[in-house]
Design a protein around this ligand. Structure first.
Ligand code: S3P
Length: 435
C-alpha cells in the first residue's frame, strides 16, 4: 500500500488487500499523564518507561517543567524528580496545555491547592471545551478559579488560597478527568473529600495514588480521599494504550482478510468496554499472555476477520469505551443489521464534536450514519472513496484511515493530528496494510 502525503496535513489512504502483522502501540496516554504529574507531587525520583510519545503527554511535561519540576526524557523513558505537595514554583508565564483536556483538568485540581498563581490555556480545540465541570466543584471546595465566560471556558486562572476544604461532590457527568481533578484537590484539603460518580470511569488515578501512599478508598462509585501523607515516588512501567490498540482490533475484525496481533496492551477493566461491544457483535478477538504489570492488567490481543451483527450500545458501557465509541459507527456500517448508540452525548465535548464529525465523515465515504442527540443510528453500507476532514481530532483521523483501508480509499484532511496520541500511526498502518 502506498500512502501519499497530499499537503501539510492531508493524506491519501489506499484500500488494502489484506491486514497482517504484529504491532506494539504507544504507552498509555492516561497513565503517562498521571505518572508524570503525581510523581512530580511526590518525594524522591521516578523512572517512567514506555511513556506516551504523544503531544498531549508532552504538554503535561512542559507544564510541569514551568512549575519548577526537573524532568529528563530520553527515548521512551522519563525521569521525574518529585518536589512534594505545595512545592511548585509560580510559573513565569501562562501554562500551555496544547490539545490536552487531561492536562488542563488534572492540573486545575492540583493547582487549586498549590499556593501559586497560574493561568492554563490551550489550542483552539481545548479553548472550546467545557471547564465548569471542574471549576464549579473546585470553587465549592474553596478554590479561587476563574476563566472565560464565568469560568466555563479556558483560559483558566487559578490563585492561591490558604487551604481547600473537604467536600462531597456528586458528579452529574461520568468523567475520569473531573473525578481525578477533585481527588487530587482532596490531597490539599483540610478534611476528607468524597467524589460520587454517576457511572464507573477509568480508575488509573485511584490506583496510582494508592501505590504512592495516598489514603484513597474506592467503593464502587464512591471515592474518598484523606489529606495527609506525603506521596512517595514510584517507578511506572506504562502499558500499551488500549485506545490506540482499538484501531488495530477494529481493522482486523473488519477487513475480510486479516490477522493482526497487538502486543503488551493495558486491559484495565474501566477501559475495555470496546471488548464487550466487539463480543456482542460476534467479533473474533482473543487475549493471549495475560499478566499484571505494575498494578495494571496487560495482555496481547489478536483480531481476525469477522462477520458482525448489529447491536445497541448505551448506558454504563459508554464511559468504559468513551474514546473508542466512534469506532462502533464504523463497525455498525459493516454489520448485518442496524446498530444504535445512545447515552454518548459526551462525545460532543471531546477534541471535536465527535457525534457530528463521525456522521459527516463516514457519510462522505458512503456510510449511512445519522447523528442523534446522544449517539448515532448506523445502517449497513458499502463504503466508497471520498475526502474527509478529521477537523483536527486525532481519533477522527485514525477512524477515517480505517474506513479508507477497508473501503475504497480516502483523502484525509488533518492527518497530522495523530501526533496527539499516536505519532507512528501512519507508519504502523503502512506496515500492516498489504496492497
Ligand atoms: C481521560 C478521560 C476521558 C477520556 C480522555 C482521557 C483521562 O475524558 O476521553 O481521552 O485520562 O482521564 P473525560 O474524563 O472527559 O470523559
Amino acid at each position: 500500500m502506498s500512502l501519499g502525503t497530499l499537503g501539510a496535513t492531508e493524506r491519501g489512504v489506499a484500500p488494502a488487500r489484506s491486514i497482517r502483522g504484529s504491532l506494539r502501540v504507544p504507552g498509555d496516554k492516561s497513565i503517562s499523564h498521571r505518572a508524570a504529574l503525581f510523581n512530580a507531587l511526590g518525594r524522591g525520583n521516578s523512572q517512567i518507561t514506555n511513556f506516551s510519545p504523544g503531544a498531549d503527554c508532552g504538554s503535561t511535561l512542559s507544564c510541569l517543567r514551568s512549575l519548577g519540576v526537573t524532568i529528563e526524557r530520553s527515548a521512551d523513558r522519563v525521569s521525574v524528580d518529585g518536589v512534594g505537595l505545595r512545592r511548585f514554583q509560580e510559573p513565569p508565564d501562562v501554562l500551555d496545555c496544547g490539545n490536552s483536556g487531561t492536562t488542563m483538568r488534572l492540573l486545575s485540581g492540583v493547582l487549586a491547592g498549590s499556593s501559586v498563581f497560574a493561568v492554563l490555556t490551550g489550542d483552539s480545540s481545548l479553548r472550546r471545551r467545557p471547564m465548569a465541570r471542574v471549576a464549579e466543584p473546585l470553587r465549592r471546595a474553596g478554590a479561587q478559579i476563574d476563566g472565560r465566560d464565568g469560568g466555563r471556558l479556558p483560559p483558566l486562572a487559578i490563585a492561591p488560597v490558604p487551604t481547600l476544604h473537604g467536600v462531597e461532590h456528586r458528579l452529574n457527568v461520568a468523567s475520569a478527568q473531573v473525578k481525578s481533578a477533585l481527588v487530587l484537590a482532596g490531597l490539599f484539603a483540610d478534611g476528607d473529600t468524597t467524589v460520587v460518580e454517576p457511572a464507573a470511569t477509568r480508575d488509573h488515578t485511584e490506583r496510582l495514588l494508592r501505590a504512592m501512599g495516598a489514603n484513597v478508598a474506592h467503593d464502587r462509585l464512591t471515592i474518598t480521599v484523606q489529606p495527609g501523607p506525603e506521596l512517595h515516588c514510584v517507578d511506572v512501567q506504562v502499558p500499551g494504550d488500549f485506545s490506540s490498540a482499538a484501531f488495530w482490533l477494529v481493522l482486523g475484525v473488519l477487513h475480510p482478510s486479516a490477522e493482526v496481533r497487538i502486543q503488551n496492551v493495558g486491559l484495565n477493566p474501566t477501559r475495555t468496554g470496546l471488548l464487550t461491544i466487539l463480543q456482542q457483535m460476534g467479533a473474533h478477538v482473543e487475549l493471549e499472555n495475560e499478566r499484571d504489570v505494575a498494578g495494571e492488567p496487560v495482555a496481547d490481543l489478536v483480531a481476525w476477520s469477522s462477520q458482525l451483527h448489529g447491536t445497541t450500545v448505551g448506558g454504563d458501557l459508554v464511559p468504559l469505551a468513551i474514546d473508542e465509541i466512534s469506532l462502533v459507527a464504523l463497525l455498525g456500517l459493516c454489520a448485518d443489521s442496524e446498530t444504535v448508540v445512545t447515552d454518548a452525548a459526551e462525545l460532543r465535548a471531546k477534541e471535536s464534536d465527535r457525534l457530528a464529525v463521525v456522521a459527516r465523515g463516514l457519510s462522505a465515504l458512503g456510510g449511512d450514519v445519522t447523528a442523534t442527540s446522544d449517539g448515532w443510528r448506523i445502517r449497513p453500507s458499502r463504503l466508497r472513496s471520498g475526502r474527509v476532514d478529521s477537523e483536527g481530532d486525532h481519533r477522527m483521523a485514525m477512524l477515517f484511515a480505517l474506513a479508507a483501508t477497508i473501503g475504497d480509499g480516502a483523502e484525509i484532511a488533518g492527518a497530522d493530528s495523530v501526533a496527539i496520541s499516536y505519532p507512528s500511526f501512519w507508519a504502523d498502518l503502512e506496515r500492516v496494510a498489504k496492497s
